[in-house]
Ligand binder design. Structure first.
Ligand code: AMP
Ligand code: GLY
Length: 425
């Protein structure tokens, strides 16, 4: 079977690496891809915003499955336009992808389906928002409704900060994404991510992970797309996971299906483990990046089989997803300037030698220039390893980080700290 993979980050490199291990794969095509993905796929010049071009490509190259990595094409309805032409797609259609595309949509769904989450109000004007502020204690969480690349969330400690945040949002800092705003009660607890595959009716858990969103050691500095992750997140115990499936995932899938917008793909639930039990922070309509990288390191099955079963609505016939007991950890090597303006063009060397002791390095933001590998985006490499515990995986991954020759790069030195502390306790 020929497969088209859309996206060009570390998440897609990990997916390409796994898809390429399937005996069912003939040719993997990827757009835009990156030099790491090119080791497993034929890169093609295809613009995911041009839905007609994607459909034409699928017809011409007899594509049997399209895997959509990032959120933007999902929210934009690419999956629908492929499905009407009969192509199996891994990823939700436009209406179901609102789970990620509109925070207000998700909050309203939680209310309809009685899903535990923070109290909230949707507001569409600054004056309305200021009036609504009185309903919330401090700190208060202020979110742009639409896609904002992980940057549209402000936790305001004081009323002044809240007013400033509302001013920023309603003055267009987030473009159309900030025309509507959600005010939320601040939840306290530890965060964990949970992944579930669904074809709109059957649900298969696909593991847990913990991300590190802040750029600096000790969870300091500005938010990023994620500076590292590990899996599993043992803080999400089997009992808590069962509760998440029962109270959050199942009613979400059932409600969307009942309302005529069945969700097909992977549901990524961002959770807060509060004193009152797990609550939903937000949904994403895709695999996490870099969470996908650690999940793929623990998945020993046939990814083509599994994603195709989701895409073709046959998930009920699949057995549970077997994730290996081992832990996996990934460290993001970013380039100077990230998460602001990344300094592009710095050279990267010694990747193969750095992998010699068992680490796996996924390419996130790399390019090739004059035969050399260079940095071409904020998050550049995902240095990944497995081990019998997170501590072991961490040691292998940092040894590999130290072996990579990337003078303009940097990384956090404490990825996995929560779990390593628990393991040592
Ligand atoms: P989101 O983009 O919705 O995942 O929000 C980004 C980050 O903001 C989350 O990972 C949390 O750390 C934090 N956050 C969002 N909503 C809340 C909330 N209601 N209470 C506490 N923290 C939150
Ligand atoms: N690492 C966070 C995300 O993928 O949204």
């Amino acid at each position: 079977m020929n497969i088209l993979l859309l996206g060009g980050g570390g998440r897609e490199h990990a997916l390409a690496w796994k898809l390429a291990q399937s005996p069912r794969l003939d040719t993997l095509y990827a757009a835009p891809g990156n030099p790491g993905i090119a080791e497993h796929a034929q890169l093609v010049d295809l613009d995911a915003t041009d839905h007609r071009a994607v459909v034409d490509f699928c017809l011409r190259y007899s594509i049997g499955l399209v895997v959509i990595g990032p959120e933007a094409p999902l929210v934009d309805g690419l999956a629908d336009n492929l499905r009407v032409k009969g192509f199996p797609v891994f990823g939700p259609g436009k209406r179901a992808a609102q789970l990620e595309g509109s925070k207000g949509f998700t909050k309203d769904l939680c209310k309809r389906a009685n899903i535990p989450t923070a109290a909230y109000e949707r507001v569409t004007s600054k004056d309305g928002a200021i009036a609504a502020l009185d309903d919330f204690a401090l700190p208060v969480v202020i979110k742009a409704d639409g896609l904002a690349a992980g940057k549209g969330v402000i936790i305001a400690q004081t009323r002044e900060e809240a007013l400033e945040a509302l001013d920023t949002m309603f003055s267009g800092a987030f473009g159309a994404a900030g025309e509507e705003v959600v005010l939320e009660e601040f939840m306290e607890g530890e965060e964990a991510s949970f992944f579930a595959l669904t074809d709109g009716s059957a649900i298969l858990p696909f593991g847990s992970a913990q991300d590190h969103k802040r750029v600096g050691d000790g969870d300091t500095g500005p938010n990023t797309g994620g500076m590292g992750a590990y899996s599993p997140a043992r803080v999400l115990t089997p009992a808590l996971e069962a509760e998440v499936i029962e109270k959050i995932i199942t009613p979400t899938v059932a409600t969307l299906a009942a309302e005529g917008m069945p969700y097909s793909g992977v549901l990524y639930a961002g959770l807060m483990l509060t004193a009152e039990g797990p609550k939903l922070i937000e949904y994403n309509a895709r695999f996490g990046d870099p969470e996908c990288q650690v999940l793929m390191m623990r998945f020993d099955g046939d990814l083509v089989d599994l994603l195709l079963a989701v895409a073709e609505g046959r998930l009920a016939q699949e057995g549970p997803v077997e994730l290996a007991d081992r832990a996996a950890l990934t460290i993001v090597m970013a380039v100077r300037g990230y998460p602001g303006t990344p300094e592009k063009g710095g050279t990267i060397g010694n990747i193969a030698a750095a992998e010699a002791d068992g680490a796996k390095i996924f390419h996130a933001g790399t390019a090739e220039k004059d035969g050399e590998l260079i940095a071409n985006g904020g998050r550049v490499l995902n240095v990944t390893a497995t081990g019998d515990c997170v501590g072991t995986a961490q040691a292998i991954a940092y040894a590999a980080v130290d072996a990579v020759n990337f003078p303009t790069g940097f990384c956090r030195r404490d990825i996995g700290w929560r779990e390593v502390a628990r393991e040592q306790a």
